[in-house]
Design a binder for this molecule. Structure first.
Ligand SMILES: NC(=O)c1ccc[n+]([C@@H]2O[C@H](COP(=O)([O-])OP(=O)(O)OC[C@H]3O[C@@H](n4cnc5c(N)ncnc54)[C@H](OP(=O)(O)O)[C@@H]3O)[C@@H](O)[C@H]2O)c1
Length: 302
């Protein structure tokens, strides 16, 4: 019997959950638990009999969602709804992950979970519809919005910056998008703690929550922090040039303010997201080793 079944295996949050949870976590690839195929979800629940499920799978390519709305809908709305029903039938609690991109980012302070969303693009819209579909199908579920996640795992901003610095001396980064960086293993620890509490008989705190770091930093300044750490550790470094989001068009518009207020989550569950700088240090160290060309540095970092 598995304590926690994770939907997603190679994704960033899925890998962090597997690393932090050890033997209590089984992370299933899209072949084993395909969000487009409810039968695979039901079979996996039957096989693993988890106390709780964390859905870390979905259509996460923010720009590509604009040109692939049907795929985004299938993975972010239809699949999670089917998963919620399958979990309910199997007696497992579902934690479904969502995003700050449900907001338009025009607010000046961090968003509360109770505030009215207004997504700017297909990704945010489908994630919002997914939240609503999950909670409508099975109100005894948790939907947890996360933001600005980074780690050594999969694709994320830290990896993007270090890879860019290997190729060019100057990188141009938006300065007016702000958020609260969240180290994936810290996020994973908090999610597993929440899952354990929600799986207890008598738990009543169902609904929508925010879980993200409470520091506030712009993307360009985050890039500078990454390169400061990398320089100290002997890794790739680039000069950072600021650009405004308005001068850097992308297929999907991003919220300028991605900050999520998680005080209610801390009050209900007693979880916290620690300062992200120790996580950044660990991440940069691991990625320097992984990205080093063969024969230079420590090679691939396990
Ligand atoms: N990263 C962030 O900064 C961030 C910010 C806001 C919200 N989120 C949310 O957090 C969650 C996890 O994000 P992430 O960054 O870990 O994503 P990610 O690294 O892009 O991983 C995506 C995951 O989706 C899985 N997947 C793709 N197609 C699937 C299918 N048909 N059926 C089942 N699974 C499928 C992949 O499966 P495989 O393992 O088989 O490849 C992979 O594990 C998502 O809900 C995302 O919206 C993330």
């Amino acid at each position: 019997m598995t304590r926690c079944l994770v939907i997603g295996k190679h994704g960033q949050v899925a890998q962090a959950l597997a690393a932090v949870g050890g033997a209590d976590v089984y992370a299933a690839s899209r072949e084993e638990t395909d969000l487009r195929d409810a039968d695979t979800l039901r079979r996996a629940l039957d096989r693993h009999r988890p106390a709780f499920v964390i859905n870390a799978g979905g259509f996460t390519k923010v720009d590509a969602a604009e040109s692939e709305p049907d795929e985004a809908q299938a993975l972010n709305v239809t699949g999670p709804e089917a998963l919620a029903r399958a979990c309910s039938d199997a007696g497992a609690v579902l934690i479904h992950l969502s995003t700050d991109c449900v907001f338009d980012g025009r607010k000046a302070s961090p968003y509360l979970a109770s505030e009215v969303p207004n997504p700017l693009g297909v990704y945010g819209r489908t994630k919002l519809e997914g939240e609503q579909a999950v909670l409508a199908a099975v109100p005894q579920s948790l939907v947890v919005r996360v933001s600005w996640v980074f780690s050594r795992y999969a694709g994320n901003f830290v990896r993007t910056m270090l890879t860019a610095a290997q190729k060019r001396p100057v990188v141009t980064v938006v300065s007016d998008q702000i958020g609260g960086p969240t180290y994936a293993p810290d996020l994973a620890r908090a999610l597993l703690n929440m899952g354990e509490q929600a799986a207890e008989p008598g738990f009543a705190g169902w609904g929508l929550y925010h879980l993200a770091g409470d520091d506030t930093i712009g993307r360009a300044d985050m890039a500078r922090r990454i390169f400061e750490v990398s320089a100290r550790l002997g890794g790739p470094v680039a000069e950072v040039t600021d650009i405004l989001t308005a001068d850097f068009p992308t297929p999907a518009e991003r919220p300028l303010n991605a900050r999520l207020d998680m005080r209610e989550t801390a009050r209900v569950f007693g979880v916290e997201i620690p300062d992200w700088m120790p996580g950044l240090e660990t991440t940069v160290k691991a990625l320097i080793a992984e990205l080093a060309p063969p024969g230079q540095g420590a090679g691939k970092a396990g």
